[in-house]
Ligand binder design. Structure first.
Ligand SMILES: Cc1cc2nc3c(=O)[nH]c(=O)nc-3n(C[C@H](O)[C@H](O)[C@H](O)COP(=O)(O)O)c2cc1C
Length: 114
């Protein structure tokens, strides 16, 4: 059984072209993986906050004791680890969507599980 992680980065929930494209890609993926699991994350509805000094310090703690601070980062990493395939619906907003960069930063910096 395969798992798809779908990340929607558009600021718009209604009328979004990238969500419509991602809907189609997800539909085709589910045709090919009828028993597959889809994990969804919408950066508009569930924004990933900016990195803070508290969070960076929590990442750097050798014993990873500040679980409260790293909870979201841990959850994002867990979603990525569970995924066999990743689908990102992202508009171009003068480059890449700001929130997507933040999301990726948390994944890169924030592997507090070692
Ligand atoms: C503030 C803003 C900046 C944008 N910058 C770019 C850009 O640099 N390059 C581009 O090709 N499209 C750009 N666009 C167009 C969007 O990528 C396009 O409207 C896209 O459909 C938005 O995604 P959505 O329909 O899923 O919300 C920009 C749109 C907005 C509102």
């Amino acid at each position: 059984m395969k798992t798809l992680l779908r990340i929607d980065a558009s600021a718009r929930s209604e009328g979004s072209h990238t969500r419509a494209l991602a809907d189609y890609a997800q539909f085709r993926w589910q045709e090919a993986h009828s028993d597959g699991i889809v994990i969804r994350r919408s950066l508009a509805e569930d924004p990933v906050p900016h990195l803070t000094s508290t969070l960076i310090e929590a990442f750097q703690q050798a014993d990873h004791s500040n679980r409260a601070a790293t909870r979201l980062s841990d959850a994002l990493i867990d979603e990525l680890r569970r995924a066999d395939h990743v689908l990102i619906g992202s508009p171009l907003y003068k480059g890449f969507r700001q929130n997507s960069r933040i999301d990726l930063a948390q994944l890169t910096v924030g592997d507090s599980q070692g």
